[in-house]
Design a protein around this ligand. Structure first.
Ligand code: GDP
Ligand code: MG
Length: 174
């Protein structure tokens, strides 16, 4: 755990298939915006957000995969030193849901089993295109001992909540 002055620096990483909404979730959380245009390459590795929680200043360094996930070979450097993870699928894409298990294994190998993690079923605003039920998401998370939320980066549903639950869980250990 790095302590810079009174700041606690926490590294959070986003994983999941291409197009599930990782970059939009990050943009929504940090920049309070949703860009409808396709935002596949953003050319940066992470964004920083500062929080004040229980009298402590927390600097969140949130990493986005910037397209590497397309090749299913995310460099181990990306996982190194992570405190928390958001594993994301798209409720309108069953393949992205089936791949969550694979991402979980990647995470176990590269980030260690002690890293806090939450599964997010994103795009919950697209109810008419839903192919993965909320129950299936909850069941999968339960099987892997993880928390679960459905989110929408577009409609700003549960985005703040996802990060705040993750940070709370991390802070319990730090
Ligand atoms: P990434 O490849 O995982 O980073 O996915 P992006 O953030 O680039 O998003 C992929 C596509 O999904 C874009 O066209 C976004 O506009 C769209 N998208 C992302 N989040 C949502 C959401 O919550 N709801 C809807 N309806 N579309 C979303
Ligand atoms: Mg992206």
């Amino acid at each position: 755990m790095d302590r810079m002055a009174d700041f606690l620096l926490l590294k959070i990483i986003l994983v999941g298939d291409a197009l599930v909404g990782k970059t939009c979730i990050l943009q929504r959380y940090v920049d309070h915006s949703f860009d409808h245009s396709y935002v596949s390459t953003i050319g940066i590795d992470f964004k920083v957000k500062t929080l004040h929680v229980n009298g402590r200043f927390i600097k969140l360094q949130i990493w986005d995969t910037a397209g590497q996930e397309r090749f299913h070979t995310i460099s181990t450097r990306y996982f190194r030193g992570a405190h928390g993870l958001l594993i994301i699928y798209d409720i309108t894409n069953v393949q992205s849901f089936d791949n969550v298990v694979g991402w979980t294994k990647d995470v176990d190998t590269n980030a260690g089993e002690n890293v806090d993690r939450i599964i997010l079923g994103n795009k919950c605003d697209l109810e008419d295109k839903r192919v993965v039920s909320k129950e299936k998401g909850q069941q999968l998370a339960w099987e892997h001992g993880m928390k679960f939320l459905e989110t929408s980066a577009k409609e700003n549903i549960n985005i703040e909540k996802a990060f705040s639950i993750l940070v709370e869980d991390i802070l319990k250990k730090n």
